[in-house]
Design a protein around this ligand. Structure first.
Ligand code: GTP
Ligand code: MG
Length: 275
């Protein structure tokens, strides 16, 4: 009996973390697509991956020079590798998250998306579940580009990066130059394409510190749409205030892991009071 107890304890302390590969997606593109600023994919990833608040930056502009686009961090891709991080869920499971952000880089001389590599439109491309990019380096911040050797260098694990699930981002703040209709249409298309991959998805609303109530309601309507038979969980976040960011990734890990318990998802206004 005692042996069994020790064996159990030993297994618990030496258990390897569960690997969870996540792709963060959402409206992306040139200014005419996404408006004056992005929907918050990079800030969400930054907040989740880097534990120190000194490492939170909000400038992850996708406007790049040719040389930055072809450097080892961007690696001529339209996605970023944000590295890996271990997070422990409330019930005590260690999850090792590896995160990529699917975006669209824009050439700072033409203001058009880079077209070096012929690719599918974003809504189709971003749901890829098998990803490869030899020797691609982890992205940290914009000032890293061009002087990679001055920053920590972590390589995207060689071989195929297999996406286990998606976080689909929806910005609930009002952004000049972007219509809510455009964002709803794009996110609906992305969710439909994710459904076809059969991988789990969590809808993450961003910038709730500046939310517009009408947009919040639109998102609720969207996920209860009959097309998505199984309702998609919504997690309301703010990367600025670090509210519900870990909760969004853990909620996804629970679906991937077929967690039998209850996943606690606290609404933004309630969660913000306790942080
Ligand atoms: P692209 O990759 O260029 O498509 O953009 P993105 O989706 O990665 O957006 P990004 O994270 O770069 O955020 C764009 C801007 O939105 C930031 O520079 C911030 O000004 C703002 N933003 C992001 N997160 C928050 C947030 O939690 N609260 C508020 N108020 N603003 C935010
Ligand atoms: Mg980005």
């Amino acid at each position: 009996k005692i042996y069994c107890r020790y064996k159990k304890q030993f297994e618990k302390t030496t258990a390897l973390p569960r690997y969870i590969n996540v792709a963060v997606v959402g409206l992306s593109g040139a200014e005419k697509e996404k408006g004056a600023v992005g929907v918050g994919k990079s800030c969400l990833c930054n907040r989740f991956m880097r534990l120190s608040s000194d490492d939170f930056k909000d400038d992850h502009n996708s406007l790049l020079s040719n040389s930055d686009f072809s450097g080892r961090v961007v690696n001529n891709d339209n996605f970023l590798y944000w590295g890996d991080v271990i997070k422990t869920s409330e019930e005590g499971t260690d999850y090792m998250f590896r995160v990529i952000e699917q975006t669209e880089f824009i050439d700072d001389s033409t203001f058009q998306p880079f077209c070096g590599v012929k690719t599918d439109p974003y809504i189709k491309r971003c749901v890829a579940t098998k990803i490869e990019s030899p020797e691609k380096l982890m992205y940290i911040c914009r000032s890293q580009l061009g002087i990679e050797e001055k920053y920590e260098q972590k390589v995207l694990p060689p071989g195929e990066f297999s996406v286990d699930g998606f976080l689909c981002v929806f910005d609930v703040s009002v952004v000049p130059g972007r219509s809510i209709v455009k964002q709803l249409e794009t996110v609906t298309n992305i969710l439909t394409n994710i459904k076809n991959t059969k991988k789990p998805v969590v809808l993450v609303t961003t910038k709730n510190d500046k939310f517009n109530e009408a947009y919040v309601q639109e998102v609720q309507k969207l996920v209860s749409h009959s097309e998505f038979k199984k309702a998609i969980p919504i997690v309301e976040t703010s990367a600025y205030l670090n509210v519900n960011v870990d909760a969004a990734f853990i909620a996804l890990a629970h679906i991937i892991d077929r967690f039998k318990g209850r996943t606690k998802i606290v609404p933004y206004l309630e969660s913000v009071k306790t942080t």
